[in-house]
Ligand binder design. Structure first.
Ligand SMILES: O=C(O)c1ccccc1N[C@@H]1O[C@H](COP(=O)(O)O)[C@@H](O)[C@H]1O
Length: 225
């Protein structure tokens, strides 16, 4: 499967240009007022309206109510809804049914025990995104630049595309892709020069590093492919 590369927290035309010209497959727009990447519905609609089919549009929300989702869906016409809160499998299924839009559920991970809910979410979500679990009381549920032990995902096969996020950057994304089987990678703070300020150079370096990385499982030396 081709690798999906998502640049998230895109909040300006320059950041969007950088992500699109670097060749990102998905661009993420955050609606979460505490985030330095937050976009109001109308600002998101304006920015997302310029994507023009060059990448999939992802709207990120945290425990959204139906009203907010309806406003975002009408204004932005996303290709994918990223649910980054404590949404239950029942809520994920309801949102998917209500809007008829693919849903990516985020699962926060620190240890193997955090994967217990994978089958329940795999049954209702189109994709799963594994992100580093934030510390209790953290201001943001994601976008914290924290890495978790990728080996926790080793051997995981939920029957849905798997994306990885959490502290990825141009320097470590190749290592992540070599470590476990992934269908996609997602980055926000690792391609910024300051919180909420995307760096075009880092975006390009991230996409290049991810595109050229050997992916798990790596070929065994001397073995025919
Ligand atoms: O980016 C944010 O501000 C954010 C706010 C609320 C929920 C999630 C958020 N970001 C997502 O978190 C992961 C990991 O980000 P990072 O690369 O470690 O900075 C990613 O999916 C972001 O889109």
């Amino acid at each position: 499967m081709a690798l999906d590369i998502k640049i998230c927290g895109v909040n300006t035309p320059d950041a969007l240009d950088a992500a699109l010209s670097a060749g990102a497959d998905l661009v993420g727009f955050v609606h979460f007022p505490r985030s330095p990447r937050h976009l109001a519905v109308s600002d998101m609609a304006r920015l997302a309206g310029t994507v023009g089919g060059r990448a999939a549009k992802v709207v990120l929300t945290v425990d959204p109510d139906d009203r907010l989702l309806r406003d975002l869906v009408e204004a932005v016409a996303p290709d994918l809804l990223q649910l980054h809160g404590a949404e239950t499998p029942e809520r994920v299924a309801a949102i998917r049914a209500m809007f008829g839009i693919a849903v990516m559920k985020v699962l926060p991970v620190r240890t193997h025990a955090d994967l217990a809910a994978v089958p329940a979410f795999a049954a209702v979500a189109d994709r799963l995104l594994f992100d580093a679990k934030p510390d209790p009381g953290a201001l943001l549920p994601g976008g914290n630049g924290r890495v978790f032990d990728w080996q926790v995902l080793h051997g995981l096969d939920p029957g849905r595309p798997i994306m990885l996020s959490g502290g990825l950057d141009p320097a470590n994304v190749a290592q992540a892709l070599a470590s476990v089987r992934l269908d996609g990678v997602d980055v926000s703070s690792g391609v910024e020069s300051a919180p909420g300020i995307k760096s075009p150079e880092k975006i390009l370096a991230f996409v290049r590093a991810a595109r050229t990385a050997p992916r798990f499982p790596l070929p065994v030396e001397g073995q025919a492919t």
